[in-house]
Design a binder for this molecule. Structure first.
Ligand code: NDP
Length: 289
């Protein structure tokens, strides 16, 4: 069997087209959706992610503000910036690019963002809301994965879903979203016994580990949907996922590539969250500006 490939670039382009229409409608009513991005330090990967987010905003007709700080900036300066952005009614989304330098208390920084502008969905209040089944903002990567599953009408209710990875950013919210759709969810991690056994039961397998090509075809149930969140470099320096695409595509029914799979959908969902935040702000203002 050769799997169908779930093209994240194509889906992202379709969704972003719809978002751009909604952004234009809002802008015409005097509210241009605006995302503020804070970047601390010179991590090259973070700089690329931030640049792509800013470009994504511009292409969708949204405003973006970018605040760069050197790695040795005082944490207080970042708190003051967040407080100013929280208070600014023209800003609808605030994102602090992770990872932060080691002297930062990342949890405190994320908690400083107003929950109603926390478009990454990392604030404890938003994590709790997701857990309770009435999310305000869903973290962008798992939200993007759900859009991908929806776009392909992948059956979810009753499906065995196995997630490899339990981070706060991907694995845990992914589990909550699949559970909310009535999947039977298993979350694996570095201490899991018999990872292969779990993976081979999965109708839907989500790999979010950060280890190049660790999910090989022999760990996949024939016909399964395989979602590869990982972004790694292989031995030759080429971008690759956590899934060994070549062997996996011979077994899976549907598979996401890396690059061009989950990545483009992550930024798309950030734009969607920012847009929704702006729409809520307008609704709260009674539709008047
Ligand atoms: P983390 O490092 O925070 O989490 C990795 C998880 O993998 C941990 O739960 C860890 O277990 C688990 N793990 C590590 N080794 C093994 C193993 N041998 N077997 C089973 N589980 C293992 O990573 P993130 O969740 O932040 O990111 C995961 C990957 O996804 C990375 O490659 C990252 O770059 C990528 N990513 C991609 C995004 C996109 O837009 N496409 C967005 C965000 C992330 P334990 O908890 O026990 O340590």
């Amino acid at each position: 069997m050769t799997a169908r490939i779930l093209d994240g670039n194509a889906l992202a382009a379709t969704v972003r087209g719809r978002l751009a229409e909604r952004a234009a409608a809002l802008t015409a009513r005097g509210v241009q959706p605006c995302l503020a991005v804070i970047l601390v330090g010179q991590d090259p990967a973070s700089a690329v992610y931030v640049r792509n987010k800013v470009r994504g905003c511009e292409a969708a007709g949204m405003r973006s503000l970018k605040f760069d700080y050197p790695a040795d900036v005082a944490q207080q300066a970042v708190f003051e910036r967040i407080a100013a952005l929280n208070a600014d009614p023209a800003v609808h989304g605030i994102l602090v690019q992770l990872p932060l330098p080691p002297q930062f208390d990342a949890d405190r920084v994320l908690e400083a963002v107003a929950p109603e502008k926390d478009v990454d969905g990392f604030h404890a209040e938003n994590v709790g809301a997701l857990m309770q089944g009435h999310p305000r903002f869903v973290p962008c990567t798992p939200a993007g994965v759900m859009e991908m599953l929806k776009s392909e009408n992948v059956p979810l209710a009753g499906a065995e879903a196995v997630i490899v990875g339990r981070s706060n950013i991907v694995g845990k919210p992914m589990a909550m979203l699949l559970l909310a759709q009535s999947c039977t969810v298993t979350v694996c991690h570095s201490r899991t016994r018999d990872l292969t056994g779990h993976c081979r039961r999965a109708d839907i397998l989500v790999a979010a580990v950060g280890k190049a090509k660790m999910i090989t075809g022999d760990r996949i149930k024939p016909g399964a949907t395989v979602i590869d969140v990982g972004i790694n470099r292989d031995a030759s320096g080429k971008l690759c996922g956590d899934v060994d695409f070549e062997s996996a595509k011979e077994v899976a029914g549907l598979i996401t590539p890396v690059p061009g799979g989950v990545g483009p959908m992550t930024i798309t969902m950030l734009l969607a969250n920012t847009l929704v935040s702006a729409e809520r702000a307008l609704a709260l203002a009674g539709g008047r500006r």
